[in-house]
Design a protein around this ligand. Structure first.
Ligand SMILES: [Fe+2]
Ligand SMILES: [Fe+2]
Length: 296
């Protein structure tokens, strides 16, 4: 074991989009995410943030033709030792570390199933004069064009990310062993996924291959945004003509959820924060969950 990584939270997610003009009508105007200046040179990325500062990067095709892969960026406690541990881990497609205009350092790697993972320091380590226009196009200095959102949807943070995997025991070599993310009992029916939780309560759910794949894909890859009031959010979504494809449902820890799609077909979940502190459930080392001693 080449040492391990201490994850604090989710710093941001990267979501593939075709056209920011279309996507921002959804993410900025309906979901209420705030456009902020980008701290990278690529003109293809729109930086936005939720209310607690967790970011959502909307990424247009960098070659003009192909959507990029989604990614999740973890914030780590000690970046240099994380780089050492990742380099020694044998996981593929590792990049060289990079540094952004605000001093944030980052490195990328893939898990066994090809999920793109980024590891980064906190954001905003250096002050920056960079400014963004309403579409997130960023320049080195000038006037920052803050668009006041009239959205009734208040996205507090990212609650969790769902990742497609093939073999839970195998993928735990990454999430449980290398990244030290705690395996916890899941709070849904069946035993088709593993819940893992970071110190601040944000989660990664790694999800087994499904028995059926619908016309919009299998739905495992998703980002779950956290809200305080899911009924009010559902009303705002319906008012904005966003189709709620599943929910409002309630999980065993009281977490409420619903599912929608963005204009490019990315599956998104809206969820409240559950309270699984007193769960009667237990999980084995790979997240297979039992209740009252019975495997679900
Ligand atoms: Fe990223
Ligand atoms: Fe989810």
């Amino acid at each position: 074991m080449p040492g391990s990584v201490k994850i604090k939270t989710i710093n941001h997610v990267g979501i593939p989009i075709w056209d920011r003009r279309v996507s921002l009508k959804f993410y900025r105007d309906i979901l209420g995410l705030q456009v902020i200046p980008s701290m990278v040179d690529s003109p293809n990325i729109v930086w936005t943030k939720t209310l607690d500062g967790t970011m959502v990067h909307l990424i247009e095709p960098t070659d003009g033709e192909n959507l990029v892969s989604p990614h999740i960026a973890f914030e780590v406690e000690d970046f240099d030792s994380a780089v050492d541990a990742l380099r020694g881990s044998g996981y593929p497609e590792i990049t060289d570390p990079g540094e952004r205009h605000d001093g944030q350092r980052c490195i990328f790697i893939n898990d066994n199933d090809g999920n793109r993972l980024e590891f980064a320091t906190a954001s905003g380590l250096r002050t920056s004069t960079r400014v963004a226009d309403a579409l997130g196009y960023t320049t080195k200095s000038g006037k920052n064009e803050v668009v006041v959102s009239h959205s009734k949807t208040k996205i507090l943070t990212i609650n969790h990310v769902g990742l497609p995997i093939n073999d839970r025991a195998e993928c735990m070599g990454m999430y449980r062993d290398l990244l030290n993310i705690e395996v916890i009992p899941h709070q849904i029916d069946g035993n088709t996924l593993t819940w893992t939780e970071m110190p601040d309560g944000s989660m990664v759910h790694v999800i087994d291959p499904p028995k059926l794949i619908g016309p919009r894909g299998d739905g495992r890859q998703h980002v779950a945004f956290e809200v305080a009031d899911i009924e009010a959010t559902a009303e705002a979504l319906i008012e904005a003509d966003v189709e709620i494809v599943d929910g409002i449902g309630t999980r065993h820890d009281g977490q409420q959820y619903l599912f929608i799609y963005d204009p490019d077909g990315n599956r998104l979940e809206i969820a409240t924060r559950g309270d699984h502190s007193n769960t009667p459930r237990t999980a084995d080392e790979n997240g297979y969950t039992s209740e009252n001693g019975e495997l679900l």
